[in-house]
Design a protein around this ligand. Structure first.
Ligand code: ADP
Ligand code: MG
Length: 249
C-alpha cells in the first residue's frame, strides 16, 4: 500500500544542532497522525521540511508515492499537500463566503476558458455553499472576515485549506489560542474532514490529540522516541518521563 506521506531517515542540522535526527514516519489514507513533543523538539522544522520551506540534509520524503524531498513548495501543493492558511492571509473586508470563493478559485487556477466564466462562477458559489452547509460558520457566511472571532477565523482557515482538496493536510497547532468551546468545535470540524483527507497534526492540546489521533509520534530532541495509538502512547514510560510526566509532577 502507498502511504499518503512517507518520511525516512530525515536529518536537518542548524549548525551544530540536529533539529531533525533520522526521523521516519508514515501517514496513511484517512489517518489523523499527531506529532507531539516539548517546545524545541523539532516539530515545526519537520513540518517545514514536508512543505518544502526547509530542505533536509539527508533522508527522503514521499508524497502519494512521489519523491518530493527537494521539490519547491508549489510542486508539493500540486501533488496534494495542503496546509492551513494563516489568519493573516484572510481578506478582512471580504465575507466568509467571498474568502472561500477565492480559495476555490485559486485551486481552479486558470483552468477554465473565458467563455465558461459565468458558468464557472456559478459552480464556485455552489461549491462554497456546500462547503459551508452544516458548519459552525454557516450562519456567519455574509459577515466580513474582520468581524469574526478568533475561533471563527481558525474555522475559516480550515475550510479554505480543505477547499484545495488536499490528500494530506498539515496542521501546526490548530487549537492555539482557542477557548474550550472553540476547541471542541475545531475537534468536530477536523473529525468531519478526516473522510476527505489525511492529516498530520502538531498540537499541544493533549485532549484534542487523544480525541483525534489514530496514531501519535512523540518527538524529543529531534528524534521519534515513541509511536503508536493513543493508549500505547499514554502507557509508554519513556513518553511519560520525557513529556506527559510533566502533568503528573
Ligand atoms: P518545535 O516546533 O518542536 O517547538 P522547532 O522545530 O521550532 O521546534 O525547533 C527545533 C530546534 O531547532 C530548536 O532548538 C530551535 O531553536 C532550532 N531551530 C529552529 N529553526 C531554526 C533556524 N532556522 N535556525 C537555527 N535553529 C533553528
Ligand atoms: Mg513549533
Amino acid at each position: 500500500m502507498t502511504h499518503v506521506l512517507e518520511i525516512s531517515g530525515l536529518v536537518k542540522k542548524f549548525g551544530g544542532l540536529t533539529a531533525t535526527d533520522h526521523v521516519s514516519l508514515t501517514v496513511d489514507t484517512g489517518e489523523i497522525h499527531a506529532l507531539i513533543g516539548p517546545n524545541g523538539a523539532g516539530k515545526s522544522t519537520l513540518i517545514n521540511q514536508i512543505c518544502g520551506e526547509i530542505i533536509p540534509n539527508a533522508g527522503h520524503i514521499h508524497l502519494a508515492g512521489r519523491e518530493v524531498t527537494r521539490l519547491p513548495p508549489a510542486d508539493r501543493v500540486a501533488l496534494g499537500l495542503g496546509r492551513t492558511f494563516q489568519i493573516t492571509s484572510l481578506l478582512d473586508d471580504m465575507t466568509v463566503r467571498q474568502n472561500l470563493g477565492l480559495a476555490v478559485q485559486a485551486r481552479e487556477g486558470g483552468n477554465f476558458h473565458i467563455f465558461d466564466r459565468a458558468a464557472k462562477r456559478a459552480e464556485i458559489w455552489d461549491e462554497v455553499g456546500e462547503t459551508l452547509n452544516d458548519t459552525a460558520l454557516s450562519p456567519r457566511a455574509d459577515i466580513a472576515a474582520a468581524d469574526l472571532s478568533h475561533g471563527e477565523k481558525k474555522q475559516l482557515e480550515l475550510l479554505m485549506a480543505l477547499s484545495q482538496r488536499p490528500r494530506l493536510l498539515l496542521l501546526d497547532e490548530p487549537m492555539a489560542g482557542l477557548g474550550h468551546l472553540e476547541s471542541q468545535q475545531m475537534i468536530d470540524s477536523l473529525r468531519a474532514a478526516r473522510s476527505d483527507c489525511a492529516m498530520l497534526l502538531v498540537e499541544h492540546d493533549m485532549e484534542a490529540v487523544f480525541a483525534l489521533a489514530d496514531r501519535i509520534s512523540v518527538l524529543v530532541y529531534g528524534r521519534v522516541i515513541a509511536a503508536g495509538t493513543a493508549d500505547e502512547i499514554r502507557a509508554n514510560p519513556a513518553v511519560r518521563e520525557a513529556y506527559l510526566g510533566e502533568e503528573d509532577a
